[in-house]
Design a protein around this ligand. Structure first.
Ligand SMILES: NC(=O)c1ccc[n+]([C@@H]2O[C@H](COP(=O)([O-])OP(=O)(O)OC[C@H]3O[C@@H](n4cnc5c(N)ncnc54)[C@H](OP(=O)(O)O)[C@@H]3O)[C@@H](O)[C@H]2O)c1
Length: 281
């Protein structure tokens, strides 16, 4: 039995709270990295069409000998394919690349409100088709701001199961996080350790020292205790294992609050702002 909690999504499906992310994992390194992750015990992989490594993710899962149903697989719609017909083709391409007849979770990668006449609503309705026919067990969004979520709520029938957003100690994305929670949307925290940027922080280091843990383990543990779903990325086998070993200790309330206090608001954001991001290459 794995120690990783399974969180119930608003559609009744369950997702392992800790997974493995493969953004910026080169295609040539993906089978090996995912194999290390599965060996370490991860049963949730987060990829995307834009990462260029869906094929290798599928291959590693098949090679592991694990049953398909034992691994939760997420992928995401490429920004170039928001028009409904393009989205249908792209989704077929994702399934074909992975070599699976379904994904566990499929996301709109970015809202792109300045493109497609601001119409992410028909894109969302297209994802509802994938959910209806079972080829995406759950559907969700990524990088959606409060007004984007409000619009989906007003104009469509399905509340996203998850919203995958940038969230780490320096950028806690509180307004979106609170909206998600209030509306039954699970928050997935991307760049959960801020791509390593928070690991030299004095507060994190002090807490790590006290807990006898590494800074990465402390930050991931904070994410878990705050209820976020995470999938740290690493191509380094020891780090892949280290990031998984976070279920045999707990941070106390004062540690959690000290990390909460590291929030820099908007100044801590590393990625693009979802209201302006318009890359669809
Ligand atoms: N939806 C979106 O728009 C979006 C955007 C970004 C990311 N994501 C998802 O979120 C996942 C994670 O985010 P991320 O890849 O941006 O960043 P991250 O997981 O916060 O950090 C990854 C970086 O930290 C290093 N690292 C990992 N574990 C470490 C440890 N224990 N000690 C020290 N350094 C460590 C890795 O180095 P090595 O690999 O060299 O070990 C890598 O450079 C992605 O893979 C992707 O699945 C989604």
């Amino acid at each position: 039995m794995s120690d990783v909690p399974l969180l119930e999504l608003n559609d009744g499906n369950r997702i392992p709270q800790l997974g493995f992310g493969v953004f910026q994992v080169d295609r040539s390194e993906t089978v090996e990295a995912v194999t290390h992750a599965l060996d370490a015990g991860y049963r949730h992989i987060d990829t995307a069409e834009m990462y260029g490594n869906e094929r290798e993710v599928g291959e590693a899962i098949r090679q592991s000998g694990l049953a398909r149903g034992d691994v939760f697989v997420t992928s995401k719609l490429n920004n170039s394919f928001h028009e409904p017909d393009d989205a249908r083709r792209a989704f077929d391409g994702t399934l074909e690349g992975l070599g699976f007849d379904h994904v566990d979770l499929f996301l709109i990668h970015w809202p792109l409100p300045t493109l497609y006449d601001g119409d992410y609503v028909s894109t969302w309705r297209t994802l509802e088709e994938f959910k209806d026919d079972g080829s995406a067990r759950s559907i969700g969004v990524s990088n959606f701001q409060v007004d984007h979520l409000d619009r989906l709520a007003a104009e469509t029938d399905t509340v996203p199961a998850v919203n995958q957003i940038e969230l780490h100690p320096y950028f806690q994305n509180r307004e979106v996080r609170a909206y998600d929670e209030e509306h039954g949307i699970a928050t997935e925290a991307w760049s959960p350790i801020a791509q390593g940027e928070v690991l030299d922080d004095q507060v994190i280091d002090e807490i790590a020292e006290k807990a006898g843990r590494t800074p990465a383990q402390v930050v991931l543990r904070w994410q878990i205790q705050r209820g976020n779903i995470v999938f740290p990325k690493s191509v380094t086998p020891e780090r892949i294992r280290e990031n998984f070993e976070i279920f045999d200790f707990e941070l106390d309330d004062s540690d959690l609050e000290r990390i909460d206090d590291l929030d820099q608001g908007e100044a801590g954001r590393n990625g693009p702002h979802p209201d302006r991001f318009d890359y669809a290459g």
